[in-house]
Design a binder for this molecule. Structure first.
Ligand SMILES: Cc1cc2nc3c(=O)[nH]c(=O)nc-3n(C[C@H](O)[C@H](O)[C@H](O)COP(=O)(O)OP(=O)(O)OC[C@H]3O[C@@H](n4cnc5c(N)ncnc54)[C@H](O)[C@@H]3O)c2cc1C
Length: 396
């Protein structure tokens, strides 16, 4: 898997002191470790599992921008999509463009390529080792490679939604944790579009993502009753279900993403987008901000919380507003009922509305589209008609 020398993996010749230790070799940890090593910092990446990227807990849908942000070649790409069908019962609203809007990837291959790039940049890596903090600068690892202690000036926590590192620093938890369930199915669908099922989950949505050759990944996420809803959603496909995946999606950024000697990135900080559950784009962006801050702090030779607060300023400047807006929409979602969605899908079938979404839709930065929607007379009419239709239905 990692081809750049077995000594990195099997804990031979590792130092005991590093500039940076990155905990967790998901896409975020690999991106952070690569950027730190490329910047000339001595870097150790620690992963609890024996294989990077496994088990997979992802639908693997990445916008073109998110995929570029991962800086990998095309090997992990399984399929491309250029639009979406939003489906509720017999109602369907479709958006489709000429150009590729997103890639469907094999997450294990993607994560492994990112891990290889980190190693190629000069980072040491230790797999099958669980890491925990024993002081602000000391990390203790134990696992199949034996027990080791390492010292670092900066610890980058990229240890996923449950982040034991963030907890051990006394930092808050993400505001909500969605449960996501998914499996592979056979599905006769338009292979160029993802299917979104807003009514399959009361507080989020369901998805079917084509992976090519008549197969797809189908899943849903929500706050409660997820297993029951998933069973209902999967009923038409139960004969072909395989490769079950269950995972947590943290929504709502933790209150503080830095502490003395520590930066919290990716899912560990609750950076998944509250409108889609996608966490790779914001997570990998956060990894780059963390690496920039680590480089700057090493230049200053200062590692206190105040110095490292620069990290929080930079990710907030980059995508903080998008996550805030997304969180507001996520909380509103709970108040939207099945009937409201059906009315909206009925009244939204007009060319100008569809054209606006096709032109301006952006999986990673939806605020631009929302701004345009708020000031668009077409949208105002669509929303007004759907509310009026719903109201008329209630009183008749
Ligand atoms: C069902 C589902 C579908 C999803 N679909 C999409 C999608 O289509 N697109 C998208 O962008 N996002 C999606 N996501 C979210 C996406 O998977 C995450 O946002 C992304 O993986 C976050 O990356 P990360 O590196 O922060 O964390 P992770 O990928 O969770 O990686 C954390 C790593 O840290 C390791 N680790 C944890 N603790 C320790 C420790 N103490 N010591 C050593 N190692 C440790 C773990 O083993 C793991 O490898 C989905 C999530 C779920 C659950």
């Amino acid at each position: 898997m990692i081809s750049t020398g077995y000594h990195h993996i099997f804990a031979v010749d590792l130092r005991t002191n590093y500039d940076v230790i990155v905990i967790g070799a998901g896409p975020v940890g690999c991106a952070a470790a690569q950027a730190c090593a490329e910047g000339g910092l001595s870097t150790l990446l620690i992963e609890e599992h024996g294989t990077i990227g496994y088990p997979v807990q992802c639908a693997g849908l990445l916008s073109v921008r998110a995929f570029k942000e991962c800086r990998v070649g095309p090997d992990s790409v399984l399929h491309t999509v250029c639009g979406a069908h939003i489906i509720s019962g017999d109602k369907k609203l479709s958006f489709q463009t000429e150009e590729t809007r997103a890639y469907v990837v094999d997450r294990m291959l993607l994560d492994q390529e990112m891990g290889q790039k980190a190693v190629a940049a000069g980072c040491d890596i230790l797999i099958k080792s669980y890491a925990r903090l024993i002081s602000s600068t000391m990390v203790y690892c134990s696992g199949a490679m034996g027990s080791h202690s390492f010292r670092a000036k900066i610890i980058i926590a990229a240890d996923g939604p449950k982040s034991a590192i963030a907890r051990s620093k006394g930092l808050s938890r993400p505001r909500a944790i969605l449960s996501g369930l998914q499996c592979d199915i056979r599905h006769d669908m338009d292979p160029s579009c993802v299917e979104i099922y807003p009514n399959s989950s009361d507080d989020f949505f369901g998805w079917i993502i084509p992976t090519g050759s008549g197969r797809a990944r189908a899943g849903l996420a929500g706050l409660s009753d997820v297993a029951k809803r998933f069973q209902t959603f999967m009923k038409p496909y139960q004969q072909s279900c395989s490769h079950f995946v269950a995972g947590a999606i943290p929504i709502g950024v933790i209150e503080k993403t830095y502490a003395d000697h520590t930066l919290i990135t990716g899912d560990a900080a609750g950076f998944a987008k509250p409108t889609s559950g996608g966490g790779v784009y914001t997570g990998v962006r956060s990894a780059r901000h963390a690496a920039d801050t680590a480089l700057w702090a090493c230049e200053q030779d200062r590692f206190d919380a105040l110095t490292l607060s620069r990290y929080e300023k930079s990710w907030k400047h980059d995508f903080g507003r998008e996550l805030d807006l997304g969180y507001h929409l996520f909380t509103l979602r709970k108040h939207v009922r099945k009937e409201d969605i059906n009315y909206f899908l009925k009244y939204a079938q007009n060319a100008s509305f569809i054209h606006l979404i096709e032109e301006q839709g952006d999986m990673d930065r939806p605020s631009q589209l929302l701004k345009k929607m708020i000031f668009s007379p077409v949208i105002a009419r669509t929303v007004a008609s759907s509310i009026a239709g719903r109201f008329h239905h209630r009183i008749s």
